[in-house]
Write a protein that binds this ligand. Structure first.
Ligand code: DC
Length: 236
């Protein structure tokens, strides 16, 4: 029986964070928590309840009672809120456009941070999805705020043009000039708003930076697996 491992991964959108985190979790038999999906779910929930997203107090009150269940299997991560499977719906651009209003609310962050810590702690005990092996949790403030004591902390970055091209292919199926322009408007604006509440563009002390600008997915996963293995051996 090896000791449980918590891997915290932060980074901006388009850094490949989600794909790499899922691959890493699957390879190591760990659970996977997408904390961005929790902010997206909170946005969906507020809209469903007819909450005015400009009212911080209303948003806070709604999120405090949000019945959210995060599926943490990296092969099939699901998001169910109020009994509705919203895994796909929370990726729609209307949610992406509105999510910063919720994610920059500090009371919402405190609430979701506690829920995230509970999921992470549960995976360090026998009986959960990973049966005590641990979890890969990814987001913007996992290495710094949610799990600063994680066994392995990584910042996955990529330069802006690489991130935009990846996001454009994801959202529009191509990275031609038109798709790049549309993606730039969404991604750069959102990262700027999000970086007012968490510092995910530079690595905090003790956090290993992995720059994926010139790496493909396989190479990035290999590199991250190597960092995790070395950290577990105490070589980092
Ligand atoms: O990674 P994503 O695009 O699914 O994240 C959705 C939003 O939530 C994005 O605006 C950043 C924010 N977020 C955050 O503020 N803190 C986290 N730990 C994860 C995401």
């Amino acid at each position: 029986m090896t000791a449980p491992v918590t891997v915290a991964i932060d980074g901006p959108s388009g850094s490949g964070k989600s794909t790499v985190s899922k691959r890493l979790a699957a390879a190591l038999g760990l659970a996977y928590l997408d904390t961005g999906a929790m902010y997206r779910a909170a946005t969906w929930w507020c809209r469903r309840r007819g909450v005015d997203l400009d009212s911080a107090a209303e948003v806070t009150a709604a999120v405090a009672v949000m019945p959210l269940e995060m599926g943490i299997d990296p092969a099939d991560p699901t998001v169910v809120c109020d009994g509705v499977d919203i895994t796909t719906e929370i990726r729609l651009s209307e949610i992406s456009a509105a999510v910063s209003a919720v994610a920059t609310n500090l009371d919402v962050r405190a609430e979701l941070r506690e829920r995230q810590r509970a999921v992470i702690a549960a995976e360090r005990r026998p009986g959960g999805f990973s049966d005590g092996r641990g979890i890969v949790a990814e987001g913007r403030d996992i290495t710094t705020v949610v799990a600063p004591d994680a066994d392995v902390r990584l910042l996955l970055t990529a330069d802006e043009s690489a991130r935009l091209a990846r996001r454009a292919r994801e959202l529009h199926g191509t990275d031609d000039a038109e798709s790049l322009a549309a993606t730039r408007a969404e991604v750069v604006g959102r990262d700027a708003r999000d970086s007012t509440v968490s510092a995910f563009l530079t690595a905090a002390d003790g956090v290993v930076t992995v720059d994926s600008s010139r790496l493909d997915l396989e190479q990035t996963v290999e590199l991250v697996l190597d960092v995790v293995e070395r950290a577990r051996r105490g070589a980092l």
